[in-house]
Ligand binder design. Structure first.
Ligand code: IVH
Length: 663
């Protein structure tokens, strides 16, 4: 055997041992034996640098220093899942799916690993890239760090597709987490708060040697791509396993929602015996064609959902109730607590939501309350330990006037929140609106933060958003902490915000319920602010993903004089109220047509068809109404949709007819 042959042999042997030890949990050799083989390979590679390979098992040891992580676009967005908390909500999920699909289907149940999500790309069986979730559309390239994970193969075995993406969760086991914290305590350092934060923090470390010492582990659960090996998620995971990747053995196929509920109930208690933490169960429709047919809402897949286990609870004393005013004037009562440790972090404040919640739970100052960390990051008070209540305690009277500007509060019928309507003169509302407007996802104004806004408001330099565009350097220079350079920065930042695209400006306006995604949809649909301002409730409902609540809020926003004046002023400052010209269409054969796509197709995917509709001048709409031009109907289109189309006299067009129409 020459050196090259010995190197190849050792690499294969070490990969096999890594897999047996870390994936199958079934070591074939002693640690001593393993280390001996590794040392031999390291020496041979050092002696023969021409055979160096970035994906050799020796590279897992680390030693690379990464200066900064490159941001990379995800090929497919990394979405999160909508949550359920009880059996009833699981039933609702099942009902929703059955309304859309009228053929039998199965569910796959999986553990919801509590770690940091990761997206891996393998090309020709070699790990090519690992991206964090980031904001869902782009993530950080942490390939070098991920390479150090012991149970993650850098080279696959068996019959894998040429290129594919696979998603999973990076975590630290309970045992390794304990070990890490023992090391910390020994070094007299502050221990880590919980395995999840430690795992995601470790992924962003710059020295791969240090990452290696964090004992990261990785479970894979979602294969994506155009060339999936089978049409079933469960079988795809079996394949993934056969290529050497780690898939949990706890994943199970269930014939119906009853099976799902049994699985959930089993793991609700059995989870404490698992070697790692989970925070729930993920339920997915097995068949990938059906997954495609069910599609996505703007945020979540319709074909999967998570069930969250009840969160950890602690009790502590509620010292005082204070009230916060948000940018919309909504008042949120806040519990100021005796600091307490909850799920690894110290909690001092918790949300009390609204007056009804305080009354329902009869929460009073001085009470011993139960605090819980749910899906949201902010903890909430969920109950009172009545037995410990002080005899002289008094029921809570919700404030009647704004704590900031003293205006009398108002509560709309049917609304759970109290509002301060003095939006023009109430300080936190003014500052909050500016803060939203300048945010990174909105106008992204460099050199401006909350503190500066507070200062500018205090000095009466700004009170309305459009005032920002009247600011001059000479206004800023006399202010505290404002030097030549910071003033220049701010003025330049404001100036360049004029070029921010229409969709982000629309989001920045802070219209209730118009988040990033909705703003994008509205900007694409109406293309100019004038068109949007002329729209009405019915018209808005025709836009994909826009429902009653959003439509009502948009109409109400543009009906208010003060908002019309604001838009006019911003227009005069040359902000972009017109969507950038869209890429030229292929044709206008579908001009003016409102089309619903439904069912499963053979030649194109649903998304491709939707893109074709737009490229030929048509508009995609999500539900059938009398204004729908036609339904592009594939196989398995639900009977209720068919009936609806018939009742409105909307024709059904097959994939073939559609292709003829546009060619
Ligand atoms: S599936 C579109 N499966 O939970 C499908 N996610 O709230 C999306 N997670 O971002 C993911 N275990 O980080 C899926 N078995 C599992 C999971 C899982 C944990 C995480 C993941 C995701 C989040 C969704």
């Amino acid at each position: 055997m020459n050196s090259k042959e010995r190197i190849d042999f050792l690499r294969k042997e070490l990969e096999r041992h890594n897999h047996s030890y870390y994936v199958l949990d079934n070591p074939l050799v002693s640690d001593f034996e393993f280390d001996k083989l590794m040392l031999e390979l390291t020496n041979l590679e050092d002696e023969n640098p021409e055979f160096k390979d970035d994906l050799s098992p020796t590279q897992k040891v680390g030693g690379v220093v990464v200066d900064s992580f490159k941001t990379v676009d995800h090929k497919y967005p990394m979405l999160s899942l909508s949550n359920t908390y009880n059996e009833e909500e699981l039933q609702d999920f099942d009902d929703r799916i059955k309304k859309l699909i009228d053929i039998p289907f199965q569910y796959v149940c999986e553990l919801k690993f509590d770690g940091a999500s990761i997206s891996l790309t393998y090309v020709n069986g070699k790990l090519q890239q690992a991206l964090t979730r980031g904001d869902g559309t782009k993530g950080d390239d942490v390939t070098e760090n991920v390479k150090t994970i012991r149970g993650l193969p850098l080279n696959l075995k068996g019959n894998y597709p040429k290129e594919f993406e696979i998603r999973g969760e990076i975590l630290i086991t309970k045992k390794d987490f304990k070990k890490l914290n023992e090391q910390k305590i020994e070094k007299k350092e502050k221990p880590f708060s919980n395995p999840r934060n430690t795992a995601s923090g470790s992924l962003k470390m710059h020295d791969t040697k240090e990452v290696r010492n964090r004992f990261l582990d990785c479970f894979l659960y979602h294969m994506l791509g155009e060339n999936l090996p089978t049409k079933e998620h469960f079988s795809n995971l079996e394949k993934v396993k056969s290529w050497g990747l780690k898939v949990s053995d706890t994943t199970e196929l269930k014939p119906d929602i009853i099976g799902v509920i049994n699985y959930v109930n089993y793991w609700d208690t059995a989870r404490y015996d698992l070697p790692f933490e989970i925070d729930g169960i993920v339920i997915k429709v097995n068949n990938t064609d059906l997954q495609e047919e069910l599609g996505f809402t703007s945020k979540f897949p319709r074909w999967a959902i998570s069930y969250k286990f009840k969160a950890e609870q602690v009790s502590t004393k509620l010292n005082q109730i204070t009230y916060q005013v948000g940018r919309t004037g909504a008042i949120t009562p806040v519990a100021n607590l005796e600091p307490v440790l909850l799920a690894g972090t110290t909690v001092k404040r918790a949300s009390l939501h609204n007056a009804d919640q305080i009354a329902k739970l009869d929460i009073r100052e001085g009470d011993i309350v139960f605090v819980e960390k749910g899906g949201e990051i902010i903890p909430k008070v969920v109950g009172v330990e009545l037995k410990k209540r002080d005899l002289f305690s008094q029921p809570t009277n919700f404030i009647t006037h704004c704590p900031e500007c003293k205006t009398e509060l108002f509560r709309r019928e049917g609304d759970v929140k109290h509002y301060c309507l003095n939006s023009e003169n109430c300080n936190p509302q003014i500052v909050g609106k500016f803060d939203h407007f300048i945010g990174r996802k909105a106008m992204d104004i460099d050199g401006l933060g909350v503190e500066t806004i507070e200062l500018l408001v205090k000095e009466n330099l700004i009170s309305n958003i459009s005032d920002l565009y009247l600011l001059k350097k000479e206004h800023l220079l006399p202010l505290e902490r404002m030097a030549e350079k910071s003033s220049d920065n701010l003025i330049n930042g404001i100036e360049s915000s004029k070029k921010i695209p229409f969709e982000r400006l629309l989001f920045a306006l802070g219209i209730r319920f118009v988040g990033e995604t909705v703003a994008k949809k509205l900007a694409n649909h109406y293309t100019t602010i004038d068109n949007l301002m002329e729209s009405n409730f019915e018209n808005l409902l025709e836009v994909e993903e826009i429902g009653d609540k959003i439509a009502e809020s948009v109409v109400s926003y543009f009906s208010q004089e003060k908002n019309k004046v604001l838009i006019e002023k911003l227009k005069n400052h040359n902000l972009s109220f017109v969507a950038e010209e869209k890429k030229k269409n292929i044709s206008d054969k579908l001009e003016g047509m409102a089309i619903v796509v439904s069912g499963v197709f053979t030649q194109y995917s649903r998304n491709e068809l939707k893109q074709l509709i737009e490229k030929h001048g048509g508009k995609n709409v999500s539900s059938i109404s009398k204004k729908t031009t036609f339904v592009l109907a594939g196989e398995n289109m639900g009977p209720s949709k068919k009936e609806k189309a018939e009742s409105f006299g909307v024709p059904l067009v097959s994939e073939e007819e559609f292709i003829n129409k546009i060619s």
